[in-house]
Design a protein. Structure first.
Length: 117
């Protein structure tokens, strides 16, 4: 994870560092790993919980589609994909929303056995 972050520059690096702190706070038992070349947070059971990506103008946090759908109303102002949420560097990080999404994703896996994809 440190190598991934060190390879980034400017707002991409700052946003991933910000997301990393939020992920560590919100899912303290999850381990950091690199999956498909991107930072991922993995439950102690081995299941991927969510993945981060840095792009030219935004970062993504990628959840399961069910997590993203649960928060669809609150995500209406964001560009989203099947499970992804784009976080433009020019906009403040929606920390409260993401914290709740991360915690939901952990509970979704622990309480209901929802796996990655």
């Amino acid at each position: 994870m440190d190598e991934y972050i060190e390879a980034l520059e400017g707002p991409a690096q700052s946003r991933i560092v910000e997301l990393r702190a939020l992920c560590q706070e919100s899912a303290p038992d999850a381990a950091e790993a690199i999956k498909w070349g991107s930072p991922a947070y993995v439950h102690p059971s081995g299941t991927i919980l969510f993945v981060l990506n840095a792009f030219k103008h935004h970062a993504n946090i990628v959840f399961t589609p069910s997590t993203r759908e649960t928060f669809a109303t609150e995500l209406a102002a964001f560009t989203t994909g099947k499970g992804s949420v784009a976080l433009p560097y020019a906009e403040p990080l929606p920390a409260d929303l993401l914290r709740r999404m991360i915690q939901y994703r952990v509970r979704e896996h622990v309480d209901h056995g929802v796996m990655w994809r």
